[in-house]
Ligand binder design. Sequence first.
Ligand SMILES: Cc1cc2nc3c(=O)[nH]c(=O)nc-3n(C[C@H](O)[C@H](O)[C@H](O)COP(=O)(O)OP(=O)(O)OC[C@H]3O[C@@H](n4cnc5c(N)ncnc54)[C@H](O)[C@@H]3O)c2cc1C
Length: 371
Amino acid sequence: MTSFQSTNVIVGAGLSGLMLSECLINRGEEVALIGPSDTRVQTICTWRRKDEPSQYADHVINSWDQWQFSFGDHEQTHFGNCFIYEALDGQSLKKALELRLARSSSFARIVEPVEHSRQIDNGFEITTKSARYTAANLFDSRPPEFASNTLAQQFFGIVVPTKCLREKLTHPKLMDFTLPQRFDNALAFTYILPLTDDTTLIEATLFARSQVPYEQLRDMAVEWLTANTDRDFNDDIILYDESGCLPMGDVIPRFAGNPIGLASGSARPCSGYALSGLEKQLRRLTQQNGYSAVSNTPYSKLSAWMDNIFLRVLNRDPRIGESIFSAMTHGLSGDRFAGFMTDNFTGIDALRLIATLPKSPFIRAVLKNDN
Ligand SMILES: Cc1cc2nc3c(=O)[nH]c(=O)nc-3n(C[C@H](O)[C@H](O)[C@H](O)COP(=O)(O)OP(=O)(O)OC[C@H]3O[C@@H](n4cnc5c(N)ncnc54)[C@H](O)[C@@H]3O)c2cc1C
């Protein structure tokens, strides 16, 4: 077996592995990135301040300064004065990062999966089928285990031609509760994104204590489409699909070294949105020049406290989520909602948010920690 050495080894070539590689290379360090090329389709959305230029300009699919919610009995539209909701093509972003990194002489790329990794004297040992690597620093982005009280946010999205839809959406519908709930102890809704003039993403999303077969979420997305089209459904309508499962709550890293990305809690517990958390973790690494900074939670104590209570409520009864989101989206302006979702909010904003929420489930959750 051949042996190699590098200052930094990063396991997993998803977004966090690639973005961390670029960060370290830009600092003049040597990096070996190990893991199969990640060619998964990923539509990655995030709120961004209008006055901050997007660092992903080449990969923006679309952006909107309005977003909407459909609850059983009413609709709610948010207007962003300071924030936009931006959809990125994660697949093209990953490809561009791979190409940029390949130009650096300090970068080594190994596309085999890692079989074992462990701490040794003075560093780490990582093995693939054909080689053994040693490194002073190891960063690992392989998917973590979910803690026992962590909800799973599971989703399956289908992309269809917009012309199939009876009514063309002009901005995203972040939560649509018009389909009946169908999963036990879970909150299901549809997320609809008018990606381009010609294509629309319809994503069935579930907040639940355990996962369901992906086919059931696909069926739900198809049901939403069927309810919103005049055409007969046929599988050929689906241009492509995407799916995933994100942690809503604590994660337990499974491997040696510094966990990164989803494995280090980059996903916001109350929403599963992960990109802005990952960006914050990477900025810390640059500023503090410390390797473990990249594994620390990117979220403020205030948002951690709010998310913890919210998740306790949701864990007791996921279905209550609809009334909570209804109250929250009704009581907050678009900017305040986006500020909360991106962890850009103050104690006063938190009080304003708490004032919008139904009180009794939260009081029960605060008094009785039954996670
Ligand atoms: C379809 C989809 C849509 C999403 N949408 C949003 C969104 O709208 N907004 C948002 O903020 N976030 C979104 N996310 C979350 C997004 O995944 C994260 O922001 C981002 O992908 C960072 O993930 P990661 O690199 O930490 O982990 P992952 O993406 O899980 O990457 C882990 C990597 O580890 C690799 N790996 C696994 N086993 C091995 C092994 N043995 N050896 C080597 N490598 C291995 C995998 O191949 C993978 O590339 C979405 C995720 C998915 C999947």
